[in-house]
Write a protein that binds this ligand. Structure first.
Ligand SMILES: [Zn+2]
Length: 238
């Protein structure tokens, strides 16, 4: 059995619940690779082999070793049952369309990890918010974006079927970190001549809720706007 562990939901983030509700210490008991964000929507988190990195909106990358640091939203897994992936002339469009078709991902949760030299990379990094928190959509409208050329690194992230959009980001949610760990972010677009890595399909989704968090318990999710909001804030390639 392969399991994707998700802490809280994207809909909860959409509602502005940006206070951390799980510690890194606990999160890492559920997976050694993954992504998420910190309290206040403070940057983009990428976890590789239990090492936790935070891309901040200034563009700086921090290596986070304080295991009491909290996250309001995260997805993690332990690699298992990996299928090798070698892709040439790959870009976000390929991952979004062809890879999903070829590997029949449209109804499953999956993870990819792809490493290599990227000829082009477009990222965004959520800026830290202060209370009272705005909605994720408001944050998304003014978040720094970055473009890079010829950068070596790793992309990791998750695919979720469309029917789970609002629980999490439907389609791909990908984060990048450079080999020298100086550059990272939420991936909006990329291009590479050759990438290698792996794909994992999960047969189990563990959805964990921050039930002791009163903001979460009290919040109201506006379902009418949540879909548009998630597309604008978490969607890739827009
Ligand atoms: Zn992200």
């Amino acid at each position: 059995m392969t399991t994707l562990y998700e802490h809280s939901t994207l809909a909860s983030l959409m509602a502005g619940n940006f206070d951390g509700t799980i510690t890194l210490k606990e999160l890492l008991t559920h997976g050694s690779y993954g992504l998420g964000t910190f309290t206040g929507l403070d940057g983009e988190v990428i976890i590789l082999n239990n090492e936790v990195y935070q891309a901040t909106s200034s563009g700086k990358v921090n290596h986070i070793t304080d295991m009491s640091t909290k996250l309001p939203f995260a997805s993690v897994h332990f690699p298992d049952n990996l299928q090798e992936l070698n892709s040439e002339n790959v870009d976000f469009n390929y991952v979004n369309k062809k890879l999903v078709e070829e590997k029949k991902l449209q109804n499953v949760f999956a993870a990819i990890q792809l490493k290599g030299a990227f000829s082009f990379l477009h990222t965004r990094i959520a800026p830290k918010q202060e209370k009272p928190y705005p909605s994720l959509l408001e944050v998304a409208q003014k978040q720094p974006e970055f473009n890079y050329e010829n950068i070596s690194g790793t992309i990791i992230g998750y695919y979720a079927p469309a029917i789970f959009g609002s629980v999490t980001a439907s389609g791909w949610h990908l984060h990048f970190i450079s080999d020298d760990r100086q550059i990272a972010g939420h991936v909006l677009d990329f291009k590479a001549e050759k990438l290698s890595g792996n794909l994992e399909i999960f047969d189990n989704l563990m959805q964990h809720f921050p039930v002791n968090d009163l903001d979460f318990r009290d919040s109201h999710v506006d379902l009418a706007s949540v879909k548009e909001g998630i597309e604008k804030s978490e969607g890739a390639n827009h």
